[in-house]
Design a protein around this ligand. Structure first.
Ligand code: ZN
Length: 86
């Protein structure tokens, strides 16, 4: 999967940035601008899965982080096993 620079999620535009000063995999911020920050030092597969994780958070902010991680890992595997990550 190519990490996009922008994404529309439920009509809201998010800027996707890879940054090198994160002490986690990634997170969302909406300080005047919706952004998803990804840790630049992750393997590509980890960036893709982290992006999926943050997209699920953006779709439903009520889900627990455990549920979000479960969905992100499961969906990522389905996409990967079916060669959908090109
Ligand atoms: Zn999370």
């Amino acid at each position: 999967m190519k990490i996009p620079r922008k994404l529309k999620i439920l009509s809201h535009e998010y800027i996707i940035k890879e940054v090198d000063n994160l002490d986690c995999s990634g997170y969302r911020t909406s300080n005047g601008q919706n952004m998803i920050l990804l840790n630049k030092h992750l393997a590509n597969s980890e960036k893709e899965e982290t992006l999926l994780h943050e997209i699920i958070h953006a779709i439903n902010g009520q889900l627990s982080d455990i549920t979000v991680e479960f969905l992100a890992q499961s969906l990522y595997l389905v996409f990967k096993e079916n060669d959908m990550l090109k």
